[in-house]
Design a protein around this ligand. Structure first.
Ligand SMILES: [Zn+2]
Length: 265
């Protein structure tokens, strides 16, 4: 049995990390850590209890990992489309036909509603799943290429060069750009960015998941308008988009905190 688990773990390490629909782990850790810093005492206690003492950062990428783990196949397969929302050219998030298998907006609204209005009916394990999903999906919703076009699989088929190396637009925005903007740990990202006043926090964390998706999509439209296939991007791209990356992390963290404070506070 032990050997079997080791083989599964090896398969997962080799192939599981190539998930094409996720902020990188760093991005999710930053969002979760920023949010953790803004929880009310009551919300922190409830979150602690559900996560059995582990941090939100610890579970920030849980959904990416569990959906790719063959050990869990079946149970979490249905969540594979929950990380993104496609909007093709010529459409808006409102006019684009929805993915019948689900998307980040439907999934996020479902877990919010379940935790907020039906918590008493949920088993401990479902509560744990939904909280981990909430932590992850707020992050994904703020990643521009998670609201990318269906025609190029959210930028996965749009090949570009990054400092001379071949990559694609989705991977660039998930992780490569993040690492180029600042070579910081997730705690350093929080320390250096999370400096807003209470009034700014309130303003930035306002709105609904529908509003946040629309905001992210507007950024995605700008990214597509300025991208050329096979172009070699480097320092200028980092300079141009660093403020966008920074703001999206902060917005996602603040909004996640506000949601958790509303649900558990
Ligand atoms: Zn994801």
């Amino acid at each position: 049995m032990k050997r079997y688990i080791c083989i599964l773990l090896l398969i997962f390490l080799l192939f599981g990390s190539t998930d094409v629909f996720a902020w990188g782990q760093k991005g999710h850790a930053i969002v979760a850590y920023v949010a953790e810093k803004h929880l009310t005492r009551k919300a922190r206690k409830a979150v602690d209890e559900i996560l059995e003492g582990k941090s939100m950062v610890y579970y920030a990428s849980w959904l990416d990992n569990i959906q790719n783990s063959p050990y869990w196949k079946g149970g979490y397969d249905r969540t594979k489309t929950w990380h993104y929302y496609n909007v093709d050219e010529g459409y808006t998030p409102q006019t684009m036909p929805r993915n019948p298998k689900g998307d980040v907006l439907t999934a996020l609204n479902m877990v919010i509603d379940s935790l907020e209005n039906h918590q008493k009916e949920l088993s401990d394990s479902v509560k744990f799943d939904y909280l981990c999903m909430l932590i992850h999906l707020v992050g994904d919703m703020h990643c521009p290429m998670h609201v990318g076009r269906l025609s190029d699989k959210g930028g996965n088929w749009l090949v570009i060069k990054w400092f001379g190396d071949k990559t694609n637009l989705h991977t660039l925005w998930d992780s490569k750009l993040v690492e180029s903007v600042h070579a910081w740990s997730y705690t350093e990202w929080q320390h250096n960015l999370d400096r807003c006043t209470k009034a700014e926090f309130k303003e930035m964390s306002a709105g609904t998941p529908e509003d946040w998706l629309l905001e992210t999509w507007k950024i995605t439209v700008d990214i597509y308008a300025n991208v050329k296939t096979d172009e070699n991007y480097s320092y200028k791209y980092v300079y141009d988009y660093a403020p966008v990356v920074e703001r999206q992390f902060l917005l996602a963290g603040y909004r996640l905190a506000a949601l958790l404070n509303r649900i558990f506070g």
